[in-house]
Design a protein around this ligand. Structure first.
Ligand code: F0G
Length: 499
């Protein structure tokens, strides 16, 4: 009979022999569980509703990542402004057009978030609430997760730069950054650098919420499958929360810096002889059988945290929605999250129109693009192959969530070759900003869409750089580039500089 020390009851779908009480467990945090009583999970396929936290034997929480029909789940919360009991809007699912929308509340929401961003915390004396205001995720907490402040596990994250890089909105003093706008062919263009998050990618935004939920539920171990960035983020947040981190990586297909970072944070790292899609299948099974809390974007709370990328962009643009939002797409969690953020911002009157979303895949890992080409009549999966290892994914988990976003925002899906990705990366790197290969798909995709007349040169465009330049120092670098080594003499140096 299997027992575990992970703190959670194995899922209902797991085998009988595993339906054992854990031998060591942490009780769920009941006041936090109560605060989440009105939070629901809705199946994106058959629309069935579930409570956010289901109680199993001895009141141990049972985590749920899928509907009984197999569909993935979407979080629905009450969007409640803290100053008013009146201004309460139940979040609509993607499928519910009859939402109780109160557009008049837009100004008060804007005021709430603008006040929070303008009062920076004094670390020695600040309360939990002030510390949350310093996070680019929890600043928007009423739109993320209604959990009591003391349970939140935050670094804090977010607050990443939005670089103006268009031909018109980049000042002449920043000629390097302006090269990006020239390459894209755009006048008003911004790059949001999510590689400036604490562990170097946008994953921290979802992870703070996912690990907070793990904490609320009393989990002692968390796990994910990853192409590298999610694993590094999970390892860091698990260490912070005193939980065991377990990650499944596709052997030989993770950038060295990401693997080193994950190991350094102390996660148990299992390299699978297979690709990301194999690792993903396996981790879901392992988590369900052993009662480990799953933190891939299959976990709907991760997606809620990543919505904050969208809210922060809107706030940095003074709540003037851009015409386009462009991002790289792999497992499709981020496309789902940012699309949902824009929909909610629109429902609440924070913005007056929905940006169009363009998801960019690598040509060798483009199942979503293939589906889009066929008007989403069929779901594809492929054997993924690309130098952009972060998006080397052939069977994306968040397909249905992301499809809704593309349909709802009149969006576009396209794919770019590895050559286009590397060319765009060189432009971003040489500008002085820098990013990892997968992130450069954003610029490659924008250039292609502008050339094709889909994005107009005078439209306002925000592109997302998803990861830092630092973790993958090899891909795209010419062989032997390591700087020139000379004798320590002035003549030797002069000789090099004159070349
Ligand atoms: N860019 C980077 C740098 C990523 O690490 C990922 C995903 C993506 C883009 C694609 O985002 O999956 O939400 O469509 N990386 C995951 C990981 C799969 O395990 O780190 P998505």
């Amino acid at each position: 009979m299997a027992t575990n020390s992970t703190g959670l009851q194995p899922s209902q779908g797991a085998g009988e022999e595993n339906n054992q009480l854990p031998s060591a467990r942490t009780a769920p945090n009941l006041d936090a569980v109560q605060a989440l009583a009105s939070t629901m999970l809705r199946c994106v396929e058959c629309l069935t509703l579930y409570p956010a936290i289901e109680a199993g034997q001895a009141m141990l929480p049972i985590p749920r990542y899928r509907c009984d029909c197999g569909g993935v789940l979407d979080v629905e919360i009450l969007l409640k402004h803290p100053d008013s009991h009146e201004r309460q809007v139940h979040d609509a699912s993607f499928f519910d057009s009859d939402t109780n929308v109160l557009p008049a509340t837009g100004a008060s929401w804007r005021q709430l978030f603008d006040e929070r961003i303008s009062s920076s915390p004094i670390w020695a004396i600040s309360t939990d609430k002030h510390l949350l205001d310093a996070s680019g995720v929890w600043r928007y907490r009423e739109l993320i997760l209604p959990v009591p402040e003391q349970y939140v596990i935050t670094r804090p994250e977010g607050n990443t730069a939005l670089y103006p890089v268009g031909m018109e909105n980049c000042s002449v003093g920043r000629v390097g950054h302006r090269q990006i706008g020239i390459y894209a062919g755009l006048d008003r263009f911004f790059l949001k650098h999510e590689g400036e998050n604490p562990t170097g990618s946008f994953k921290d935004r979802g992870m703070t919420v996912g690990v907070t939920m793990a904490h609320v539920m009393g989990a002692k171990a968390v796990a994910c499958a990853s192409t590298g960035n999610t694993s590094a983020s999970l390892a860091s947040y698990a260490a912070q929360a005193g939980m065991r981190g377990i990650v499944f990586l596709p052997a030989g297909n993770v950038a060295g810096g990401k693997l080193a970072q994950t190991l350094a944070y102390g996660a148990t790292t299992v390299q699978i002889e297979g690709d990301f899609d194999d690792a993903m299948r396996l981790v879901e099974q392992v988590c369900n059988e052993l009662g480990i809390y799953l933190l891939n974007s299959l976990n709907p709370f991760r997606v809620e945290g990543q919505k904050a990328i969208g809210f922060e962009i809107l706030q940095q643009l003074d709540w003037q929605a851009p015409d386009w939002l462009v991002l790289p797409a792999g497992n499709l969690g981020n496309t789902s999250a940012i699309g949902k953020a824009f929909r909610q911002a629109y429902q609440l009157g924070l913005i007056s129109h929905m940006p169009r979303i363009a998801s960019i895949q690598a040509e060798g890992a483009n199942p979503f693009h293939r589906s889009f080409m066929g008007k989403f009549a069929k779901r594809f999966s492929v054997q993924a192959e690309t130098i952009a290892s972060a998006i080397k994914i052939g069977n994306p988990v968040s397909y249905t969530r992301a499809r809704r976003v593309i349909e709802e925002s009149d969006g576009i899906v396209t794919s770019v070759s590895d050559t286009q990705i590397l060319a765009a990366k060189t432009v971003i790197d040489r500008s002085g900003i820098g990013c990892e290969p997968a992130s450069a798909a954003t610029l490659a995709g924008i250039r292609q869409l502008v050339e094709g007349g889909v994005i107009k040169h005078d439209e306002r465009v925000v592109g997302i750089l998803t990861g830092t330049i630092l973790k993958d120092s090899k891909t795209g670098m010419p062989q032997g580039v390591s700087g020139i080594v000379v004798k320590p003499t002035i003549d030797a140096v002069k000789n090099v500089l004159s070349q």
